[in-house]
Design a protein around this ligand. Sequence first.
Ligand code: FEO
Length: 170
Amino acid sequence: MLHPKMQDAINKQINAEYFSAFLYLAMAARFNGLGLAGGANWMNVQFQEELAHAKKFFDYVGERGGTAKLETIAGPPTEWQDALAMFEHAYAHEQKVTGLINGLADLALELKDHATHNFLQWFIAEQVEEEASADAMVQKLKLTKDAPGGIFQLDAEMAARLFTPPAPAK
Ligand code: FEO
């Protein structure tokens, strides 16, 4: 049985993950507006990843005999100047999410909830990847900023990104 404090904290995280999904879907719309279909694909894949993260938390709450609670999802921004601004935002956002996941792990330890602490290890590792993939795009976009045509090459790279569903929670 999940401690009520842990359940509340995970429920908040479910909402944070759905907000992340909305944020990246909004960025996909902006990429489409910029005429960069590859960037839109990258963000659509990220949208699917965030939905999967939310569902993984949702399923875990149920599995532990708790009740997942869904709350209103805040509207994300809709305007970014360019691809670099979006990926800088994405990188900062993922750093924030890492902080939230670390907070959940701290609470699990405080409550001696070893099952939840173990469950969170997947997310701790995932956040390393989440930060790295957004930061890699920031670095590449900075490198190609003054290179004519560079953005189109990067757009082709972003077009190749595929969604791989994570393994279900154990
Ligand atoms: Fe669900 Fe991008 O972290």
